[in-house]
Design a protein around this ligand. Sequence first.
Ligand code: BDR
Ligand code: CA
Length: 313
Amino acid sequence: KKKVVIFTDTGVDDAFALIYALKHPNLNVLAILAGYGNVSKEKATRNVYYLLKETNNTDIPIISGASKSLAGDSPTFYEEIHGYSGLGEIETEIEKFSVLNFDQFYTILDENKDVTLVNLGRLTSLAMTYITAPDIMNKISDLVIMGGAFLVPGNVTPYAEANFYADPTAASVVINNSSPENVTLVPLNITEKAILTTDVLDTIVQQSVTKLGSLLEELFRPYFKFYQKKNTNLKGAPLHDLTAMIYVSNPSLFKSLFRNVTVVDDSYFASGLTIADFRSNPTLQKNSNNYCRILLQVDEKRLMEEFKRIIIG
Ligand code: BDR
Ligand code: CA
């Protein structure tokens, strides 16, 4: 089994990614860290507990992550997309549960080899580890990050993707401090194409023998409505973080290339923009820390087939 630690800001697409990972027979989720992003850190943490409970996984530790960016700005939350709780219309006001301190993340890495870290939210918590405990980060065998947008429009500004935009300094710290070829970026270029259609979801709901099908439907309905408001012809909605998680279990569904990546963190207009050299003869510095794998193509049909197989199975 592949050992994974997930950093999340538990909105709707994060929830799909978590449910997929928890259900996957070849993934072993060691811990989940929740931080601000789609919603506040408190809501994100509560949502993780809710999902662990719904999937009978309350033995998996929850770790407390960052509550604001490195620069200390008050975060912007996205209730219109992810709902008041972060999980659509689901109410997650529940009983008390325990949450571990951030340093427990180091203990988990100390005790485990070959851990894949999957970052599905703002990069603040991850940057904090590079700043406070750089040696610990060497223990991570793979770092998969949902974020960035290369030569395509952003989703929060004309240029930037939300996870990189909300804390561009953190994104830059992570990319410039990890080892060459250690980071895989899962940008909007592919996550916006990987649409879960209502048809596929309906099949999952009908064929699912557990209550998971109806939980997914409840999560998806208001989220899909938000996307439909922007475009009434849509047949589904993108689930960015789910695409990143499916990469962890099925990398062969994706095509990628390596480039040196820069995150713009010193510009008012282009903050969070991700830059790489896509000329036919690019300049490459293969030994630089920022030499990352970028996923640029995915077999969308097989991606959703894989999701269906894991949920129904
Ligand atoms: C990313 O931003 C978050 O709002 C989503 O959950 C996803 O991780 C998409 O830009
Ligand atoms: Ca997310």
